[in-house]
Write a protein that binds this ligand. Structure first.
Ligand SMILES: NC(=O)c1ccc[n+]([C@@H]2O[C@H](COP(=O)([O-])OP(=O)(O)OC[C@H]3O[C@@H](n4cnc5c(N)ncnc54)[C@H](O)[C@@H]3O)[C@@H](O)[C@H]2O)c1
Length: 355
């Protein structure tokens, strides 16, 4: 029998369900041998739906009683540091959902613990495993559109994320929970770090949706200058209600590349010549990035089996967190912020609870 990577799932919520389904249905070299979530009804429901019988309400109990080689961490961001460090100390390989952690010191703790134990640390930036985005970066690197001079990216999510993710004090808000993918995409596609960022935010639906946290915003727009001299922007809307929308446009000295589209299925229908064609769009992120979620877990399992370095590392996770912190500082202080201001600060995110 082929060697199996035994995985303990930490978190059985939205993404825990997604990755549990991916591993049990599509990854032949891996088995989920334990599922952990302190919320018992969520634990039981996900366990039942994916046939995972070994369930625990704490990671410590799973470490004590179950056998596994790796963890897939899909818990709220404020728990990432402690769970990932404990996993590394116990010699478990780590797949960690974005955002890596709430601040840079916590990112550093995770990176140091993984390095010390020699375990694999892969970040859950699934766009790096998406066939469209992967093809795009390859074509940019071969020079097809010339030197990249500008990038525009957007992520618009249909519904409000869980309550903990709406409050900048517990999550760094939408910049982290929704558009940290864009921060990573920009560095990856443009081959450059961000130098300076200016962010505007607005709140149109918070009150009607019960999102009452101070500084809650549901629309954001970031403008930035990269170290390469190129320009970039990110638009984020959540909840946008109309569907899931994640696209990017890269302008180069020779041309333009457009990545992604809203249209979600190859089938279009008309039954009414006045209404015209009905073209389905992506409804949610699991649909848009279905292959990316499978590919990223397959890649993680291969890295564990072969000891190779993952395509998205802890350093990549840390850079995205730095962008999020600079962006948050920018809209709170109503000014452009240099990344070095957060990279060099003792306390770069004073708005975080417990800081
Ligand atoms: N890559 C993506 O496309 C994507 C999409 C959405 C969310 N995320 C990220 O995934 C993470 C989880 O988001 P979500 O939407 O699934 O949240 P969620 O609230 O739906 O689920 C999180 C689960 O973790 C459980 N949990 C809390 N503390 C725990 C602990 N110590 N041990 C085990 N379980 C614990 C909670 O009870 C909950 O069931 C976040 O970091 C989020 O940013 C990634």
């Amino acid at each position: 029998m082929k060697k199996q990577v035994r995985i303990c799932m930490l978190g059985a919520g939205r993404v825990g369900r997604l990755h549990s389904g991916t591993i049990t249905r599509y990854i032949s070299d891996a088995t989920v041998t334990a599922l952990v979530d302190p919320a018992e009804s969520i634990l039981q429901e996900t366990g039942k739906d994916f046939g995972i019988e070994t369930q625990f309400t704490s990671f410590e109990e799973a470490l004590d009683k179950a056998l596994f080689d790796a963890v897939v961490i899909t818990t709220p961001t404020f728990t990432h540091r402690d769970l990932a460090v404990l996993a590394a100390e116990q010699g478990k390989h780590i797949f960690l959902e974005k955002p890596m952690a709430l601040n840079l010191a916590k990112c550093d703790d995770i990176i140091a613990a993984a390095e010390k134990s020699g375990v694999i640390l892969q970040m859950g930036f699934m766009r790096r495993s998406d066939p469209d985005f992967m093809a795009a970066v390859e074509r940019i690197q071969t020079g097809e559109i010339g030197e990249p001079t500008m990038i525009k990216t957007l992520t618009h999510g249909p519904g409000l994320p869980p309550a903990w993710a709406n409050d900048i004090r517990t999550s760094n808000g939408m910049l982290a929970e929704v558009t940290s993918h864009d921060f990573d995409t920009i560095r990856w596609l443009m081959g450059s770090n961000i130098e300076r960022i200016y962010v505007e935010t607005a709140n149109f639906k918070g009150a009607e949706r019960g999102a009452t946290a101070k500084h809650f915003y549901d629309n954001m727009f970031a403008t930035m200058k990269l170290e390469s001299g190129a320009l970039g922007n990110i638009s984020g809307v959540c909840p946008c209600d109309y569907g899931y929308d994640a696209r990017a446009e890269v302008i180069g000295k020779k041309g333009i590349m457009i990545i992604g589209e809203m249209k979600g299925q190859a089938v279009t229908v008309t039954v009414n010549r006045d209404q015209g064609l009905v073209t389905p769009i992506y409804r949610r992120w699991p649909e848009r990035f279905a292959w990316a979620y499978i590919n990223e877990i397959q890649h993680f399992v291969e890295c564990v089996l072969t000891g190779s370095t993952p395509r998205v590392t802890g350093e990549d996770g840390r850079w995205a967190v730095a962008g999020v912190l600079a962006g948050t500082k920018s809209f709170l202080e109503e000014r452009p912020v240099y990344l070095k201001e957060v990279l060099e600060a003792d306390n770069p995110a004073p708005w975080l609870a417990g800081n």
